[in-house]
Design a protein around this ligand. Structure first.
Ligand code: UT7
Length: 336
């Protein structure tokens, strides 16, 4: 048996900044409403057709490889988490394999929404612990701006989401290495699937055929639907549960935490969790005001920035936690 640790990390966000004031020109919304309810001031949206989820994931992966001091041919597996793949199939993992020129290694795509990165990390951790692989690229990337309803009809969802990518190189180490993924914890509750979803075009039920709508009018079911109030209420509870689960599984308490890196869903959710655990500002990573909610990319982007800013050093205890569509939620406790 081995343990796994994050040998390198990197991220990529598109250059184009879209402020809340820019959104005021597209829909009936305001900087004040968005900032008060979510903490978001701006997000990155690609200049249309200049990037894909795969291309952003590749850029983040290259940055992670450089940080780890590893070359692509040392990678023996890829796990790619996204809800916004370039194609309905295949998923973007194979695009990374091709672009990095890594000969015919396995590539797995993970579809777990906001919890996607932690699910992906957990899968990679198990492969490394069993000795099957030594170096795995774990990527979370999203191109959401192409799939949002940017009219007033979609304002409760579209003001939140942004584009970007983050990646880590997860590597094998001896069993009790000082840097390691200590544990991961994964959950789901499908009874709430319809509360945060994109129903079509994935819906293969009899309701879907024949597609019967005027060409000029894209149906609402092609855009994300979110019961925001309900999602918020579940999020604050599940974040607490899954952070507690990670801490107690390792006999740790919140005072041992150097940094909590929550999925950047909504700054009000992060603040709620911070207050419940009586964590200081220094113990909680937040960059949602600049990037919005980047779903599977939000944790690796935040973790990458935390490292760049010197907020975590080798040996520090770091907790990752996420909640989102499915519902799914997850945590990871890491000795950095
Ligand atoms: O990452 C995945 C997990 N997602 C989350 O964790 C998100 C959780 N939910 C939330 O963050 C919040 O529910 C939102 C930020 C999405 C919405 O905040 P809210 O306080 O729950 O607002 P609401 O949906 O209850 O809407 C309140 C009012 C409504 O108007 P009326 O009916 O009171 O007249 C909405 O029509 O705000 C209106 N509204 C807006 N107004 C201006 C909704 N969206 C907007 C908008 N700009 N963008």
């Amino acid at each position: 048996m081995y343990s796994s640790y994050i040998a390198g990390i990197g991220h990529f966000v598109p250059e184009r900044v879209v402020t809340n004031f820019d959104l005021e020109k597209l829909m009936d919304t305001s900087d004040e409403w968005i900032y008060e309810r979510t903490g978001i001031k701006e997000r990155r949206w690609i200049v249309p057709c200049t990037e894909t989820t795969t291309s952003m994931g590749i850029k983040a992966a290259k940055a992670a490889l450089q940080d780890a001091g590893k070359s692509p041919d040392e990678i023996d597996f890829i796990v790619f988490a996204t809800i916004s793949p370039d194609y309905y199939f295949p998923g973007p993992g194979v695009g990374v394999q091709e672009a990095l020129g890594i000969s015919e290694i396995g590539a797995l795509d993970v579809r777990n929404q906001c919890s996607g990165f932690i699910y992906a990390l957990s899968v990679a951790d198990q492969f490394i612990k069993t000795g099957m692989y030594k170096n795995i690229l774990v990527i979370g990337a999203e191109l959401q701006s192409h799939g949002l309803d940017k009219t007033t009809r979609g304002r409760n969802v579209s003001v939140i989401f942004g584009d970007g990518a983050g990646a880590v190189v997860l590597s094998a180490a001896k069993l009790n290495n000082s840097s390691q993924i200590l544990s991961t914890h994964l959950h789901s509750q499908g009874s709430n699937a319809a509360e945060l979803m994109v129903k079509d075009p994935g819906n293969l039920s009899k309701e879907r055929f024949p597609i019967d709508f005027a060409e000029h009018e894209i149906p609402e079911s092609y855009f994300p639907y979110m019961n925001g109030n309900l999602v918020f209420k579940h999020a604050v509870t599940r974040f607490q549960e899954v952070i507690n689960e990670a801490l107690s599984a390792n006999n740790k308490s919140v005072s041992d935490l150097k940094l909590l890196v929550p999925h950047q869903a909504n700054y009000r959710i992060t603040q709620f969790v911070q207050r419940k655990f009586a964590l200081s500002d220094a113990q909680v990573m937040s960059n949602i005001h600049r990037y919005g909610n980047t779903t599977a990319a939000s944790i690796p982007i935040a973790l990458s920035e935390a490292k760049q800013e010197g907020r975590i050093q080798r040996g520090d205890l770091v907790c990752l936690a996420a909640f989102g569509s499915g519902f799914t939620w997850a945590s990871a406790l890491i000795r950095w």
